[in-house]
Design a binder for this molecule. Structure first.
Ligand code: THU
Length: 151
């Protein structure tokens, strides 16, 4: 059903080199994921306004709700490094279906992004699709509602 999708124009603007670097970072994170309960590994890589890539993996917990998604880890790493604005996100997961950010992660991403943010979906073999934040989280609530300008 997802076959044959072309890359979103915004994602095409990301160079092949940057996309490859993001995929590699997400793959390395995926390989270190701590997912002993679901056995479902996820790696994420985010590109910040300085062109830096930060990555994260899912970290599960015996107290299940305390588990943390890969995207949350990558966003934490970006903020810790001083990054405040997203230019692209890549999520790498396993299985036949595209692994898209969960609802909570869409909102976490929204905090640091404009609606045209490319969200690249990948697996161990490579890039599978590109969507925008607008497509995944339409009519979203964000910092502007609280009169905080985007970085
Ligand atoms: N997971 C992520 O890390 N990111 C997502 O966007 C979807 C789900 C993780 C959470 C949990 O460790 C495992 O995947 C199964 O839900």
């Amino acid at each position: 059903m997802h076959q044959g999708l072309t890359l979103h124009p915004v994602a095409v603007e990301l160079s092949q080199e940057v996309r490859l670097s993001m995929w590699r970072a997400a793959l390395a994170a995926y390989q270190t994921a701590y997912a002993p309960y679901s056995h479902f590994r996820v790696g994420a890589a985010v590109l910040d306004e300085q062109g830096r890539i930060h990555s994260g993996c899912n970290v599960e917990n015996a107290a299940y709700p305390q588990g943390v998604c890969a995207e949350a880890g990558a966003l934490s790493a970006m903020v810790l490094a001083g990054g405040r604005s997203l230019r692209a996100v890549l999520v790498l997961g396993q299985g036949e279906r595209w692994v898209t950010p969960c609802g909570g992660c869409r909102q976490k991403i929204r905090e640091f992004a404009q609606s045209d943010l490319p969200i690249l979906l990948a697996d161990e073999s490579g890039l599978r699709a590109s969507l925008t934040l607008q497509a995944l989280l339409p009519y979203s609530f964000g910092p502007e509602h609280l009169e905080l300008p985007l970085s």
